[in-house]
Design a protein around this ligand. Structure first.
Ligand code: SF4
Length: 316
């Protein structure tokens, strides 16, 4: 039996966003180390209850991107299906921790796909959530079949953290669903630290890779978890060892309750420069942030830095 000891410290015993951590993830934490980077991602802290200027419930204005219950469109040519309203883990930095999932419920006929059928410019459907892999295989299979029946859609992308925390989710039936569709399938995993990768994780992603599925990773830059260049380099190296290409390194979104994870843009640019100087280009994720209303994720470089006096980072 594995246990998390939460005695002392600044843990919050009554968080509004409940604590949820699966045992296979706990098993990868360092025992007795309160600064463990995996522990830090899942344990509610009192800091979540502090109101900080500039941190809002919906900073990405996802409500305005909603086309129908369960469907959002932020960028041209692709749509986001809110396929599930839960995850296997509740990440404390979650950008959807305040998301109105109840407004996005749909039945297993997936009526929101009517919008996709009616818009031939949509080439890619992205399954998001919550975590889409929390869906039972049968429901996922029906959803994939519905999507592949839309002739102009040729790519299926699945954003998931579930196999990071429970690698056993990558079962043979799941691989069959993903490998047997006519759609080009991409799985974007959400690893934030090399310690999240163990033998079971390697086996799970190895099976996906063997099935011909493209594997990418996106991370969030998180204070106290991965905000140093050695940790970020180790993560890229460990991902590549198991067949995953680092794709995005996100600046954390300014979500209410997550300000203690915030990393300023100047620190992010400096760290990104440091990992660029140490790794080959294909192991350097793009440093990005999402800004509502923009036609794509914004690439962050030193040219992106506003004058210091106008930076909101100076307030936090
Ligand atoms: S897995 Fe993703 S959506 Fe789920 S709690 Fe973590 S960050 Fe949020």
């Amino acid at each position: 039996m594995l246990e998390l000891s939460l005695d002392g410290g600044d843990w919050d015993p009554n968080p509004a966003f409940p604590m949820r951590v699966p045992l296979p993830y706990i098993s990868r934490m360092r025992r007795g180390d309160r600064s463990d980077p995996l522990l830090r991602q899942v344990v509610p802290e009192l800091a979540e209850k502090v109101s900080v200027l500039g941190f809002e419930p919906d900073p990405l204005q996802e409500a305005s991107a909603t086309l129908a219950p369960g469907l959002m469109q932020k960028y041209r040519g692709r749509v986001l299906v809110i396929a599930a309203e839960n995850c296997a883990v509740n990440c404390r930095y979650c950008f959807r921790r305040n998301f109105p999932y109840a407004h996005h419920r749909h039945d297993s006929t997936f009526p929101m796909l009517d919008h996709v059928r009616d818009d031939p410019s949509i080439r890619e459907v992205i399954l998001s959530g919550g975590d889409p892999l929390i869906m039972p295989d049968e429901r996922l299979s029906i959803l994939v079949a519905n999507i592949e029946d839309i002739p102009h859609v040729n790519r299926l992308r699945i954003h998931t953290r579930l196999p990071v925390v429970i690698p056993q989710r990558i079962s043979e039936p799941l691989i069959e669903i993903l490998a047997n569709t006519r759609l080009n399938t991409v799985v974007v995993a959400h690893f934030n630290h090399a310690n999240e990768i163990d033998e079971n994780v390697a086996v799970a992603f190895g099976a996906l890779r063997q099935a011909g599925i493209t594997l990418l990773n996106q991370s969030v830059l998180l204070a106290g978890v991965n905000d140093d260049d050695v940790t970020l380099c180790d993560l890229s190296e460990a991902l590549f060892e198991i067949g995953i290409l680092p794709y995005y390194l996100h600046l954390p979104d300014r979500v209410k309750g997550t300000s203690h994870f915030h990393v300023g843009i100047d620190t992010a640019v400096r760290l990104h420069g440091a990992i660029q100087s140490k790794l080959p280009g294909y192991l350097v994720p793009k440093l990005v942030q999402e800004t509502p209303g923009r036609p794509a994720k914004e690439l962050i470089t030193s040219d992106s830095l506003p004058p210091a006096s106008t930076r909101i980072d100076t307030l936090v």
